[in-house]
Design a protein around this ligand. Structure first.
Ligand code: ATP
Length: 322
């Protein structure tokens, strides 16, 4: 559905001198240096996937999305959306895509929400009856009835994001590119946007590529994650595999029915991080030992009453690869 092959984008930017005079001279002389924002990236996204595209500030995420949507031309490499190039067949591809840039509203600021949809429907040449039906469905799904006649500038951020999502869905695209759709939202609004995105993927079969700095978005929504760093693809796989690869320890808090007979000098392949009363805190790396093996060992030291497992914090895992 989305095929990206050896995609590269370089910008020619003025050489940044130390003084204002140097910068001015470089600006007028046309001296430039090459900044490679995206470097030789390849990946494929299948129909119905929900993929997180993450990386630190300036890593090249937005530049990639702009190339996928045909806004920017690649310096080299190829993008195919449903077999067509967004650069050579822009109109054809645009009909398959819905795009939300969380930091930029695509609706008309002073117009009531409904009027923006009328304009967009004209632009996409959507028949009146189909537009009305789609809007009724989206209104219900995104709970927009209460603000359909309110000017966009008067909407709360959460309402604005829902209205923006509806705008990206009006022409019923198969693919959604979402760049920071939960940015700046409070916890309640974030939760509501996440459950909408989940439903769009699961119930309506939309293929979604999501860019975000919120690791909870990624953990709760994306089966697959791609990490971009300094313009290069640093990881492409599941969150579980990523955790395993980084190798941060899983923490197990184990309560015993009575005293625990821990050997005086324990040097097995898990660590006893804390021993207090009838409780042990264990750190183990699941690449080298399975949780069941740890428990079998612990059973020899006392009668286990309760076990609580904590997987490594995903935010921390990500920091390790950045
Ligand atoms: N039009 C442009 N001209 C020159 N350099 C650019 C341009 N657009 C992006 N860049 C540079 O390319 C690099 C990647 O930028 P990009 O916006 O893709 O990063 P990002 O991962 O989306 O970052 P963020 O998370 O901060 O939005 C940055 O160093 C940026 O300064």
């Amino acid at each position: 559905m989305i095929q990206v092959k050896n995609l590269t984008k370089s910008f020619r930017i003025p050489i940044a001198g130390k003084s204002r005079w140097q910068r001015f001279k470089s600006y007028v002389s046309g001296d430039r240096r090459v900044k490679t924002a995206v470097s030789d990236i390849s990946f494929t996204v299948q129909k119905g996937e929900f993929v997180g595209y993450i990386g630190p500030n300036g890593a090249g995420k937005s530049t990639t999305i702009k190339m996928l949507t045909g806004i920017l031309h690649p310096t080299s490499g190829e993008v195919l959306i449903g077999g067509s190039s967004p650069h050579k067949h822009r109109r054809q591809v645009v009909r398959k895509l819905g795009v939300v840039f969380g930091q930029r509203c695509q609706l008309w600021w002073d117009l009531p929400v409904r009027d923006s949809y009328d304009i967009l429907a004209e632009m996409y040449r959507i028949e009146r009856s189909i537009k009305e039906r789609t809007l009724a469905e989206l209104g219900e799904l995104l709970q927009m009835d209460e603000f359909m006649d309110t000017p966009v500038r008067k909407l709360s951020l959460g309402q604005r994001m829902r209205a923006d999502l509806a705008a990206s869905l009006l022409h019923n695209p198969d693919i959604l590119f979402l760049d920071e759709p939960t940015i700046g939202l409070d916890i309640v609004a974030k939760k509501s946007i996440r459950s909408l995105l989940k439903s769009l993927n699961r119930d309506f079969g939309k293929t979604i590529l999501l860019t975000t700095h919120d690791m909870d978005d990624i953990e709760q929504l994306c089966a697959r994650v791609m990490v971009i760093n300094h313009g290069q693809l640093a990881y492409d796989g599941t969150i579980g595999e990523l955790r395993d690869r980084i190798g941060l320890p899983t923490v197990m808090k184990v309560s015993f029915a009575g005293p625990v007979a821990v050997p005086a000098e324990w040097s097995g392949n898990f660590l006893i991080a804390n021993h207090q009363g009838n409780e042990l805190t264990i750190q183990c790396n699941r690449r080298s030992i399975q949780a069941m093996e740890v428990l079998r060992q612990l059973e020899q030291w006392g009668s286990i009453e309760d076990v609580h497992m904590e997987e490594p914090n995903f935010e921390e895992v990500i920091h390790r690869i950045y």
